[in-house]
Design a protein around this ligand. Structure first.
Ligand code: NAG
Ligand code: NAG
Ligand code: NAG
Length: 313
């Protein structure tokens, strides 16, 4: 077979061929020669990615994002293709060494494929001794991310704080941690655009009233109806949460909703757009509207029989 003289084609043609290649193929091409590498870097498509330090790196073509390519330390996924998660399809390749190999691959994707990582997940399950080192290493490569998720089924209090203190300026923060030590306390960065917390039991009313994320979603929490009342009144008088867009609190039982808005002036209304958006998952289609002192309005409703939702219009 005659080799295809890719690198001798006109630049425009090379560009088109490169756009049809997968990142794995582009990497292979970049490793053939320094000219191959420079062509991939300068003419190849641009990528954006998602990293799980010590576990995996996923990238997709910038702004097209339908196919993701993932290097993962999970050997059972080698050569697997998965359909319909965040991307339409995701192609996997095994990554040999989850620490040094991961770092090398991360650097290569940034340098040669000019990949931008906007999103990071720190998996604190089964983390080893080198965990903080890899957090520090990531920080040196990249000072900030748009979205950060921290997940753990185990208690990981100090490392959780370490990660949050290392990346204090993310805009969307998702803390998916199930357990904390008794008496655990942690500050949440200010000015987040979105804050999702799976177990927010460490947040007491005083801290809750100080939070200023635009979107707040708590699965588990210790807030009483009185605390929520205080939050709503703080919003109405503009003493707190002036930038609030959404509050979603999961309630442990439906009785919690009874009398929740007692004493707060509201109108009962129906907003077709919200009803349609939630495809009739609103309890009894009941919806209320409350008004802030400056005239701004907020819908209050119960979603899926379990979430109290406040949505500022
Ligand atoms: C960050 O997460 C939000 C959902 O919470 C998503 O809409 C957005 O696309 C994510 N941004 C990036 C860069 O992945
Ligand atoms: C938060 O992270 C958990 C665990 O990774 C995930 O299941 C959930 O969808 C995430 N939520 C948001 C809003 O990103
Ligand atoms: C949040 O933003 C405001 C206004 O931009 C700023 O004054 C304040 O210091 C910020 N707070 C935090 C905790 O970053």
């Amino acid at each position: 077979m005659t080799p295809f003289p890719l690198l001798r084609l006109p630049l425009l043609a090379i560009e088109q061929v490169l756009c049809m290649m997968s990142p794995f193929e582009l990497i292979d091409l970049s490793l053939t020669s320094s000219r191959g590498k420079s062509i991939v870097t300068n003419v190849g498509p641009r990528f954006e990615g998602f990293m799980v330090p010590g576990e995996s790196l996923s990238i997709m073509v910038f702004e097209v994002g339908r196919r993701a390519y993932t290097k993962t330390s999970d050997e059972s996924k080698d050569d697997e293709v998965a359909y319909g998660f965040e991307a339409e399809s995701e192609y996997f390749k095994h990554l040999e060494d989850p620490i040094e190999g991961w770092k090398k691959w991360c650097k290569y994707l940034k340098e040669v494929l000019r990949c931008q990582f906007y999103e990071v997940t720190f998996d604190l399950n089964n983390r080893g001794m080198g965990f903080r080192e890899i957090v520090d290493w990531v920080k040196v490569q990249q000072d900030d991310f748009d979205n950060m998720t921290i997940e753990s089924k185990e208690e990981c209090d100090d490392d959780l704080k370490y990660v949050i203190e290392t990346f204090p300026t993310v805009s969307e923060l998702n803390i998916s941690v199930s357990h904390y030590k008794e008496g655990f306390k942690m500050e949440i960065p200010g000015n987040l655009s979105s804050l999702t917390i799976r177990n927010a039991n460490f947040i007491d009313n005083e801290q809750f009233l100080r939070l200023n994320a635009q979107i707040n979603v708590f699965e588990e929490h210790i807030l009483t109806n009185e605390d929520i009342h205080q939050f709503v009144r703080g919003w109405m008088s503009m003493e707190a949460h002036v930038g609030l867009k959404t509050l979603m609190l999961r309630m442990e039982n439906q009785e919690r909703f009874n009398g929740m808005l007692t004493g707060i002036p509201f109108e009962q209304i129906t907003d077709v757009e919200i009803l349609e958006r939630h495809q009739n998952r609103l309890q009894g289609d009941d919806m209320f509207r409350i008004t802030r002192c400056d005239g701004k309005r907020c819908f209050v409703y119960i979603l899926c029989r379990s979430y109290l939702c406040m949505e500022v219009c």
